[in-house]
Design a protein around this ligand. Structure first.
Ligand SMILES: [Fe+2]
Length: 277
């Protein structure tokens, strides 16, 4: 059901976050610099970005709290979703201390417009983006708009938007890339799948008529809740909420229960060819 685009909600977080850790996080402030959308924690290196200037002791404590959350979330997910755990890549964790209802962000960075997730600098090569969120706000819910799933949108827009054809030209192996390479320019390669997903994320946010007419409902995640969702599948927009934790997993295409409903498979059926070579 998760792979098909349902959200799994636990009204109470099914793993431990201590009261002191919650209190500590509620006191943290994010840097005002626009290029950090959240406070991010990299499990591999233990590196934290996006936090406002602070005392060394607070910086150490923040790193420890985010590390513990990341570990507890991963440990819970590996027990609950055992088929994925052997092959997933543990991606960044994040803390979102800003109130979402009045953020000033650029159009493509805005959280309050419906979209499916794609990481501009970290291609997944067809693997899936799976996220576990926890609302640690003691009073207010985190409110999403959510509705249509990727297969419905791909049927409607993949070809008509021109994005599928463009991603084939611009992605790895495409004519644009060959031309730039032959001119000796250093180019970062993104496979056509990731090229498409990045373009699609922006296309949906730019598309006013889609945003207005989309079939979507409002879903409220109560204080203390944890929810799990494939955010490359489920359209979502954050309308309000403050103080959410999140851990991202990249789920290997080979470990999916229903590989045929994965966005990459849906797109490859429409395109009639592989998009990750
Ligand atoms: Fe998102």
């Amino acid at each position: 059901m998760l792979e098909e685009g349902h959200i799994l909600l636990f009204r109470e977080t099914p793993f431990e976050i201590s009261g002191e850790d919650r209190e500590f996080l509620l006191r943290q402030r994010q840097t005002e610099a626009g290029y950090h959308k959240n406070i991010a924690y990299r499990p591999g290196s233990g590196h934290v970005t996006g936090v406002a200037r602070q005392q060394a002791a607070d910086a150490r404590e923040l790193k420890r709290v985010l590390r513990d959350y990341s570990r507890a979330a991963a440990e819970f997910a590996s027990r609950t979703l055992a088929p994925y755990a052997a092959r997933w890549r543990l991606d960044y964790a994040s803390f979102r201390p800003q109130e979402e209802s009045d953020r000033k962000l650029s159009r493509h960075a805005r959280n309050d417009l419906l979209h499916v997730d794609s990481f501009p600098t970290r291609p997944t090569f067809g693997d899936r983006i799976f996220r576990l969120f926890t609302n640690i706000n003691p009073k207010a819910p985190r409110v999403w708009r959510t509705g249509e799933t990727f297969p419905e949108l791909a049927e409607r827009f993949a070809i008509s938007s021109g994005l599928l054809a463009r991603s084939a030209r611009r992605g790895a192996g495409g004519s644009v890339l060959r031309l730039l390479r032959s001119a000796g320019l250093p180019i970062r390669v993104r496979p056509p799948y990731d090229e498409f997903m990045h373009g699609f994320h922006n296309f949906l946010k730019e598309n006013d008529s889609y945003q207005e007419k989309a079939r979507a409902e409002t879903v409220s995640f109560p204080p203390g809740a944890t929810w799990l969702v494939f955010t490359d599948m489920v359209t979502h927009a954050v309308l309000s909420g403050q103080f959410a934790l999140e851990q991202t997993f990249l789920i290997a295409r080979e470990s999916l229960v229903l590989p045929e409903v994965a966005p990459v498979a849906v797109l490859e059926r429409i395109a009639g060819r592989s998009l990750t070579d």
